[in-house]
Design a binder for this molecule. Structure first.
Ligand SMILES: [Fe+2]
Ligand SMILES: [Fe+2]
Length: 263
Protein backbone atom coordinates (compact mmCIF):
# COMPACT_ATOMS: atom_id res chain seq x y z
CA UNK A 1 0.00 0.00 0.00
CA UNK A 2 3.05 2.26 0.21
CA UNK A 3 2.91 2.87 -3.53
CA UNK A 4 -0.76 3.81 -3.30
CA UNK A 5 -0.02 6.37 -0.63
CA UNK A 6 2.74 7.88 -2.77
CA UNK A 7 0.41 8.07 -5.73
CA UNK A 8 -2.24 9.81 -3.68
CA UNK A 9 0.32 12.25 -2.36
CA UNK A 10 1.28 12.98 -5.98
CA UNK A 11 -2.27 14.03 -6.81
CA UNK A 12 -2.48 16.11 -3.67
CA UNK A 13 0.75 17.87 -4.64
CA UNK A 14 -0.65 18.61 -8.08
CA UNK A 15 -3.79 20.03 -6.49
CA UNK A 16 -1.77 22.13 -4.05
CA UNK A 17 0.50 23.41 -6.80
CA UNK A 18 -2.43 24.40 -8.99
CA UNK A 19 -4.38 25.93 -6.14
CA UNK A 20 -1.60 28.34 -5.26
CA UNK A 21 -1.83 30.62 -8.28
CA UNK A 22 -5.54 31.38 -8.29
CA UNK A 23 -6.52 34.97 -8.94
CA UNK A 24 -6.67 37.20 -5.90
CA UNK A 25 -6.34 40.87 -5.32
CA UNK A 26 -7.56 43.70 -3.16
CA UNK A 27 -10.14 44.90 -5.70
CA UNK A 28 -11.77 41.51 -6.06
CA UNK A 29 -14.87 40.43 -4.18
CA UNK A 30 -14.23 36.88 -2.98
CA UNK A 31 -17.01 34.38 -3.48
CA UNK A 32 -15.37 31.57 -1.55
CA UNK A 33 -18.52 30.82 0.46
CA UNK A 34 -20.67 30.69 -2.66
CA UNK A 35 -20.89 28.62 -5.79
CA UNK A 36 -20.03 31.13 -8.48
CA UNK A 37 -21.71 29.22 -11.31
CA UNK A 38 -25.07 29.76 -9.58
CA UNK A 39 -24.99 33.23 -11.12
CA UNK A 40 -25.64 31.45 -14.42
CA UNK A 41 -27.62 28.43 -13.31
CA UNK A 42 -29.81 29.33 -10.34
CA UNK A 43 -32.90 30.07 -12.44
CA UNK A 44 -32.98 26.46 -13.54
CA UNK A 45 -31.20 24.84 -10.59
CA UNK A 46 -33.61 26.15 -7.96
CA UNK A 47 -32.70 26.73 -4.34
CA UNK A 48 -29.32 25.30 -3.42
CA UNK A 49 -29.08 26.41 0.17
CA UNK A 50 -25.68 28.01 -0.54
CA UNK A 51 -25.04 31.73 -0.39
CA UNK A 52 -25.58 33.08 -3.86
CA UNK A 53 -23.15 35.18 -5.87
CA UNK A 54 -24.23 38.39 -7.59
CA UNK A 55 -26.43 37.92 -10.64
CA UNK A 56 -24.54 37.59 -13.89
CA UNK A 57 -24.75 40.63 -16.12
CA UNK A 58 -25.76 40.20 -19.74
CA UNK A 59 -23.15 42.68 -20.96
CA UNK A 60 -19.50 42.19 -21.84
CA UNK A 61 -16.67 44.51 -20.77
CA UNK A 62 -15.09 47.08 -23.04
CA UNK A 63 -11.69 45.62 -23.85
CA UNK A 64 -8.75 46.46 -26.06
CA UNK A 65 -8.57 44.33 -29.25
CA UNK A 66 -5.74 42.31 -27.65
CA UNK A 67 -7.68 41.62 -24.47
CA UNK A 68 -10.87 40.92 -26.41
CA UNK A 69 -8.98 38.30 -28.43
CA UNK A 70 -7.61 36.83 -25.20
CA UNK A 71 -11.09 36.52 -23.70
CA UNK A 72 -12.49 35.11 -26.95
CA UNK A 73 -9.87 32.37 -27.15
CA UNK A 74 -10.23 31.59 -23.49
CA UNK A 75 -13.97 31.00 -23.66
CA UNK A 76 -13.80 29.19 -26.99
CA UNK A 77 -11.29 26.70 -25.60
CA UNK A 78 -13.31 26.26 -22.43
CA UNK A 79 -16.44 25.50 -24.41
CA UNK A 80 -14.66 22.98 -26.65
CA UNK A 81 -13.04 21.35 -23.61
CA UNK A 82 -16.28 21.01 -21.70
CA UNK A 83 -18.02 19.49 -24.73
CA UNK A 84 -15.21 16.95 -25.01
CA UNK A 85 -15.33 16.23 -21.26
CA UNK A 86 -19.06 15.55 -21.54
CA UNK A 87 -18.57 13.11 -24.40
CA UNK A 88 -15.68 11.35 -22.60
CA UNK A 89 -17.71 10.68 -19.46
CA UNK A 90 -20.85 9.87 -21.42
CA UNK A 91 -18.96 7.23 -23.45
CA UNK A 92 -17.24 5.79 -20.38
CA UNK A 93 -20.51 5.55 -18.43
CA UNK A 94 -22.15 3.82 -21.38
CA UNK A 95 -19.34 1.27 -21.76
CA UNK A 96 -19.20 0.42 -18.06
CA UNK A 97 -22.99 0.12 -18.01
CA UNK A 98 -22.85 -2.39 -20.85
CA UNK A 99 -19.93 -4.23 -19.27
CA UNK A 100 -21.94 -4.80 -16.08
CA UNK A 101 -19.81 -2.57 -13.82
CA UNK A 102 -22.42 -0.37 -12.11
CA UNK A 103 -19.93 0.97 -9.54
CA UNK A 104 -17.64 2.47 -12.16
CA UNK A 105 -20.62 3.53 -14.28
CA UNK A 106 -21.95 5.49 -11.28
CA UNK A 107 -18.60 7.22 -10.78
CA UNK A 108 -18.55 8.26 -14.43
CA UNK A 109 -22.16 9.45 -14.28
CA UNK A 110 -21.34 11.55 -11.21
CA UNK A 111 -18.39 13.21 -12.94
CA UNK A 112 -20.49 13.68 -16.07
CA UNK A 113 -23.05 15.62 -14.00
CA UNK A 114 -20.36 18.14 -13.06
CA UNK A 115 -19.33 18.47 -16.69
CA UNK A 116 -22.96 19.12 -17.67
CA UNK A 117 -22.98 22.05 -15.26
CA UNK A 118 -19.71 23.35 -16.70
CA UNK A 119 -21.05 23.13 -20.24
CA UNK A 120 -24.34 24.87 -19.38
CA UNK A 121 -22.41 27.76 -17.81
CA UNK A 122 -19.82 28.11 -20.55
CA UNK A 123 -22.55 28.17 -23.20
CA UNK A 124 -24.04 31.19 -21.43
CA UNK A 125 -20.60 32.78 -21.18
CA UNK A 126 -20.15 32.42 -24.94
CA UNK A 127 -23.45 34.24 -25.49
CA UNK A 128 -22.71 36.95 -22.95
CA UNK A 129 -19.30 37.73 -24.39
CA UNK A 130 -20.42 37.26 -28.01
CA UNK A 131 -17.90 34.52 -28.72
CA UNK A 132 -18.49 32.05 -31.52
CA UNK A 133 -17.74 28.38 -30.78
CA UNK A 134 -14.80 26.57 -32.32
CA UNK A 135 -15.44 25.60 -35.95
CA UNK A 136 -14.14 22.15 -35.07
CA UNK A 137 -16.84 21.29 -32.53
CA UNK A 138 -17.80 18.00 -34.26
CA UNK A 139 -14.14 16.95 -34.03
CA UNK A 140 -13.85 17.75 -30.30
CA UNK A 141 -17.10 15.94 -29.59
CA UNK A 142 -16.08 12.87 -31.59
CA UNK A 143 -12.57 12.84 -30.12
CA UNK A 144 -14.03 12.85 -26.61
CA UNK A 145 -16.36 9.96 -27.40
CA UNK A 146 -13.52 7.98 -28.97
CA UNK A 147 -11.13 8.62 -26.09
CA UNK A 148 -13.75 7.81 -23.47
CA UNK A 149 -14.96 4.70 -25.26
CA UNK A 150 -11.52 3.25 -26.01
CA UNK A 151 -10.11 3.83 -22.53
CA UNK A 152 -13.21 2.33 -20.92
CA UNK A 153 -12.90 -0.75 -23.12
CA UNK A 154 -9.29 -1.08 -21.88
CA UNK A 155 -10.64 -1.35 -18.33
CA UNK A 156 -11.44 0.70 -15.25
CA UNK A 157 -7.81 1.62 -14.53
CA UNK A 158 -7.25 2.88 -18.09
CA UNK A 159 -10.47 4.92 -17.95
CA UNK A 160 -9.32 6.44 -14.67
CA UNK A 161 -5.87 7.10 -16.16
CA UNK A 162 -7.64 8.97 -18.96
CA UNK A 163 -9.49 11.06 -16.37
CA UNK A 164 -6.27 11.66 -14.47
CA UNK A 165 -4.42 12.87 -17.58
CA UNK A 166 -7.30 14.98 -18.93
CA UNK A 167 -8.10 16.63 -15.61
CA UNK A 168 -4.44 17.37 -14.91
CA UNK A 169 -4.14 19.27 -18.20
CA UNK A 170 -7.51 20.99 -17.77
CA UNK A 171 -6.70 21.93 -14.17
CA UNK A 172 -3.43 23.51 -15.35
CA UNK A 173 -5.29 25.18 -18.22
CA UNK A 174 -7.86 26.79 -15.93
CA UNK A 175 -5.09 27.86 -13.59
CA UNK A 176 -3.31 29.56 -16.52
CA UNK A 177 -6.56 31.31 -17.38
CA UNK A 178 -6.79 32.71 -13.86
CA UNK A 179 -3.37 34.30 -14.38
CA UNK A 180 -4.56 35.83 -17.69
CA UNK A 181 -7.73 37.07 -16.00
CA UNK A 182 -5.64 38.78 -13.36
CA UNK A 183 -3.99 40.84 -16.11
CA UNK A 184 -7.41 41.65 -17.59
CA UNK A 185 -8.86 42.79 -14.28
CA UNK A 186 -5.85 44.98 -13.62
CA UNK A 187 -6.13 46.72 -17.00
CA UNK A 188 -8.02 50.05 -17.18
CA UNK A 189 -9.51 48.90 -20.50
CA UNK A 190 -11.42 46.25 -18.57
CA UNK A 191 -13.35 48.92 -16.72
CA UNK A 192 -17.03 49.38 -17.29
CA UNK A 193 -18.24 52.50 -19.04
CA UNK A 194 -17.66 55.42 -16.72
CA UNK A 195 -21.05 56.74 -17.76
CA UNK A 196 -22.84 53.78 -16.21
CA UNK A 197 -20.59 52.32 -13.52
CA UNK A 198 -18.18 54.21 -11.34
CA UNK A 199 -16.71 53.87 -7.92
CA UNK A 200 -17.54 56.31 -5.09
CA UNK A 201 -14.50 58.35 -6.11
CA UNK A 202 -15.73 58.61 -9.70
CA UNK A 203 -13.21 56.14 -11.14
CA UNK A 204 -14.47 53.64 -13.76
CA UNK A 205 -15.51 50.44 -12.00
CA UNK A 206 -14.29 47.00 -12.95
CA UNK A 207 -16.86 45.32 -15.15
CA UNK A 208 -18.63 42.81 -12.85
CA UNK A 209 -18.42 39.98 -15.35
CA UNK A 210 -14.63 39.69 -14.97
CA UNK A 211 -14.32 38.93 -11.23
CA UNK A 212 -17.33 36.64 -11.59
CA UNK A 213 -15.64 34.85 -14.49
CA UNK A 214 -12.54 34.38 -12.34
CA UNK A 215 -14.68 32.84 -9.61
CA UNK A 216 -16.45 30.56 -12.09
CA UNK A 217 -13.12 29.37 -13.48
CA UNK A 218 -11.77 28.84 -9.98
CA UNK A 219 -14.84 26.70 -9.24
CA UNK A 220 -14.37 24.74 -12.48
CA UNK A 221 -10.68 24.18 -11.76
CA UNK A 222 -11.48 22.86 -8.31
CA UNK A 223 -14.15 20.57 -9.79
CA UNK A 224 -11.62 19.20 -12.29
CA UNK A 225 -9.13 18.60 -9.49
CA UNK A 226 -11.81 16.67 -7.61
CA UNK A 227 -12.11 14.46 -10.69
CA UNK A 228 -8.34 14.06 -10.73
CA UNK A 229 -8.40 12.97 -7.10
CA UNK A 230 -11.24 10.55 -7.80
CA UNK A 231 -9.28 8.99 -10.65
CA UNK A 232 -6.15 8.49 -8.55
CA UNK A 233 -8.18 7.08 -5.67
CA UNK A 234 -9.63 4.55 -8.12
CA UNK A 235 -6.32 3.16 -9.33
CA UNK A 236 -5.62 5.37 -12.35
CA UNK A 237 -1.90 4.86 -11.87
CA UNK A 238 -2.30 1.08 -11.87
CA UNK A 239 -3.34 1.20 -15.53
CA UNK A 240 -1.24 -0.81 -17.97
CA UNK A 241 1.28 1.43 -19.78
CA UNK A 242 0.20 4.25 -17.49
CA UNK A 243 3.07 6.56 -18.41
CA UNK A 244 2.51 6.12 -22.14
CA UNK A 245 -1.26 6.50 -21.84
CA UNK A 246 -0.88 9.65 -19.74
CA UNK A 247 1.62 11.13 -22.16
CA UNK A 248 -0.55 10.46 -25.22
CA UNK A 249 -3.75 11.77 -23.63
CA UNK A 250 -1.98 14.80 -22.16
CA UNK A 251 -0.35 15.57 -25.49
CA UNK A 252 -3.69 15.32 -27.25
CA UNK A 253 -5.37 17.63 -24.73
CA UNK A 254 -2.65 20.25 -25.01
CA UNK A 255 -2.82 20.09 -28.81
CA UNK A 256 -6.59 20.50 -28.75
CA UNK A 257 -6.29 23.51 -26.42
CA UNK A 258 -3.79 25.13 -28.77
CA UNK A 259 -6.01 24.60 -31.81
CA UNK A 260 -9.49 25.20 -30.39
CA UNK A 261 -8.80 28.79 -29.35
CA UNK A 262 -7.81 29.72 -32.89
CA UNK A 263 -10.21 27.68 -35.01
FE1 LIG B 1 -15.27 20.48 -16.86
FE1 LIG C 1 -13.75 17.28 -15.08
Amino acid sequence: MASRSLLTRGAAATRQQLGRSSIAGPSRVRLSSTVASLAYTRDTAGESGAAEPPAATASTPQLSPHDRELLTRMLRVDHAGEVAANTIYEAQARVFGRMGDPKTEKLMLEMWETEKKHLAVVRQLLQQHRVSPSKLMPLWSAAGSLLGGVTALLGKEAAMACTEAVETVIGEHYDDQLVHLRTLTETPAASASAATQTTASGEPALHPSLPLLADVITEFRDDELEHLDTAVEHDAQMAPAHALLSAVVGWGCRGAIAIAGRV
